[in-house]
Design a protein around this ligand. Structure first.
Ligand code: AGP
Length: 608
């Protein structure tokens, strides 16, 4: 996802603010960067391919400035090159953009007829020329932005500087996130809060179809009728430390170490005094629904699969889990008795946002399980449960995934109580286990040497299998994604019972097979499948519970094992993923990969 930063003010050098802000947004993933500042009353643009340090090496050509816009680009239209990097300039308009202009080819044809020539392959340059062409006739900046908003199909967050107004930054957005941050005699725009946390924690969320004009001492925001409006000023709870590594080598490792605290923060929102009735009061009432759709992408989808397993087993409600990118284009069989749950860390994932809108059009009630406060999905869902995982910087999600699963577990416990599937006494024991969960996670994280040994054993392999049944299959899917997205090793998760229907042909001597066996009801079946792989030379890494280890641990169907403590089965999936996150981390480290910003990936995919 692209990153936008803008500054206008008296107290700082805009160049430093832009570079510092873009560095704080590096976690979103990018492949080129650029800035535009005013020098001697003229716009000066400097861009570079690759990382921000390449851009910094070119900045000696630029003098200090009091106003500027900056951008990190995650290529969608056109290769990651300097020409395609932002900012783009057309006529009197300089612009940075996050999002996708879906009708850019149609606009380009018309602009070409007006005499515009284009240097880049980007949709952004088209938007820039469009705004310039409208402004030439309207001679009114706000009217120009409104008209451009009407003509552009797709998603955008823009930061704009006009040649003839070098004291203001203009912004508008449709779907792609943008905030306006407030300082003393200085103001900012940014795609996300981390970009400005060094300078201020006060910010305004610009909504779609709103327009902002910011100067050093003024912020004017207009609605779609171009009336001035007031907006709430929010204060970000975190600090710059939140986006710093605090001594850890990688954000991913820091965020795994945050997990015990995150789990506590997540459940303490709903259960402050260890009273199960608090949970019942604070969780959504599912009694109105006879079926549930959980819609998400990536790890959030895997969290949904865990939710399905628990809700169907304990809450007796059928759950359909869909990839948002599939859901949004397929026929859906939902209605007013359907609860649609959208799971998303960023709350900005384009496919999940589109799925939310489709579910609402179909008349279903929508619940967001979201991390980023005030994000698009959080604001458009009928209700939202915030997971309170804090700012997650590493592209590979860890703490937020755990918190998503926990929220789904709490929703299940609540429904199981109201269904009388579990007694309040049983529920109290479950809550006792919940209180132990943070320390259990902490103890697992401390078994670092075990994960390093396993990682050393497999990091040179090119194909690694994950297998499990039922909820263990869902855990395997997340473990596999963690490994492949940061180590680039080809890894797949398979339903253990499915291996003999084709996939087992891929197992050869030494092939690593990570086997997750935590579900007692089907442990024997999974162990049989593990033995089938072992018989063909697999190098088996077993993840199991203390209880199952006592029953099956003496056997020779595995080569290495990680034993997780016994806990209520509502929380076992949370414990089981921690070793898989850490093994993935250690493997990627041994392979020397860019763990926090894996190639080709972005923290939040705000484009289709
Ligand atoms: C997970 O490690 C990946 N970064 C990715 O699969 C992510 O879970 C997915 O893009 C969904 O993001 P969201 O939770 O912000 O919607």
């Amino acid at each position: 996802m692209c990153g936008i930063v803008g500054y206008v003010g008296k107290n700082k050098n805009a160049l430093h603010v832009l570079i510092d802000g873009l560095k704080a947004l590096e976690y979103r993933g990018y492949d080129s960067a650029g800035i535009a500042v005013i020098n001697d009353d003229k716009i000066k643009i400097v861009k570079s391919h690759g990382k921000i340090k390449n851009l910094e090496e070119k900045l000696n050509e630029v003098d200090n400035s009091y106003i500027g816009i900056g951008h990190t680009r995650w290529a969608t239209h056109g290769k990651p090159t300097e020409v395609n990097a932002h900012p783009h300039k057309a006529g009197s308009v300089t612009l940075v953009h996050n999002g996708i202009i879906e009708n850019y080819e149609e606009l380009k044809k018309d602009l070409r007829k007006q005499g515009y020539k284009f240097k880049s392959e980007t949709d952004t340059e088209i938007a820039c020329a469009l705004i310039d062409s409208i402004y030439k006739t309207s001679n009114n900046k706000l009217l120009t932005l409104k008209k451009a908003n009407e003509m552009i199909k797709g998603s955008f967050a823009f930061g704009i500087i006009f040649d003839n107004d070098i004291n203001n930054i203009y912004s508008m957005r449709k779907d792609s996130p943008l905030i306006i941050a407030l300082g003393d005699n200085e103001n900012y725009i940014a795609s996300d809060v981390p970009a400005i946390l060094s300078f201020t924690n006060k910010y305004i969320l610009l909504d779609s179809n709103e327009y902002a004009v910011i100067s050093e001492d003024k912020i004017d925001i207009y609605d779609n009728n171009l009336n001035l409006i007031n907006k709430d000023i929010k204060e970000y709870e975190g600090t710059k430390e939140v986006v710093m590594k605090n001594g850890y080598e990688h954000f991913m490792l820091k965020e795994i170490h945050d997990e015990p605290k995150v789990i506590e923060n997540t459940f303490k929102q709903f259960i402050k005094n260890n009273d199960i009735n608090e949970l019942i009061d604070n969780m959504p009432d599912l009694s109105k629904y006879d079926n549930i759709d959980i819609v998400a992408c990536g790890s959030a989808y895997h969290a949904g699969l865990i939710g399905k397993s628990l809700i169907e087993k304990f809450a007796d409600i059928p759950v359909n889990v869909e990839l948002a990118s599939e859901y949004r284009y397929k026929k859906n069989f939902n209605n007013e008795k359907t609860l649609t749950i959208l799971v998303s860390q960023s709350g900005e994932t384009a496919d999940t946002l589109a799925a939310l809108r489709k579910a609402k059009q179909n008349g279903t009630y929508t619940l967001g399980i979201i991390n980023v406060v005030g994000s698009s999905i959080a604001r458009e869902a009928d209700s939202v449960l915030y997971i309170k995982a804090g700012c997650e910087i590493a592209v590979a999600t860890t703490k937020a995934y755990l918190a998503q699963v926990l929220i789904l577990s709490l929703i299940t416990i609540n429904k199981a109580i109201s269904n009388n599937n579990i007694s309040k006494e049983k529920a109290k024991l479950i809550l006792e286990d919940l209180k132990k969960l943070p320390n259990m996670i902490d103890d697992l994280i401390k078994e670092k040497e075990k994960f390093e040994i396993i990682a050393k054993n497999i990091y040179k392999d090119n194909n690694i299998f994950f297998i499990g049944r039922g909820v263990d299959y869902a855990i395997s899917m997340e473990g596999s994604l963690k490994l492949k997205e940061i180590s680039y090793i080809n890894s797949q998760a398979y339903a253990a019972g499915e291996l003999k229907h084709g996939t087992i042909s891929l197992i050869e001597n030494g092939t690593p097979v990570v086997a997750v066996v935590t579900d007692e009801n089907i442990a024997e079946k999974t162990i049989s499948n593990i033995k089938e792989t072992k018989a063909r030379g697999a190098n088996v890494i077993l993840i199991t519970t203390q209880k199952l280890n006592e029953k099956y641990g003496d056997s020779d169907f595995y080569d290495q094992k990680i034993v997780i403590p016994n806990i209520s089965e509502f929380f076992t999936p949370i414990l089981a993923i921690v070793p898989l996150q850490l093994i993935a981390y250690e493997v990627a480290k041994l392979r020397g990969e860019n763990i926090d910003q894996p190639r080709n990936l972005a923290k939040s995919v705000t484009v289709e």
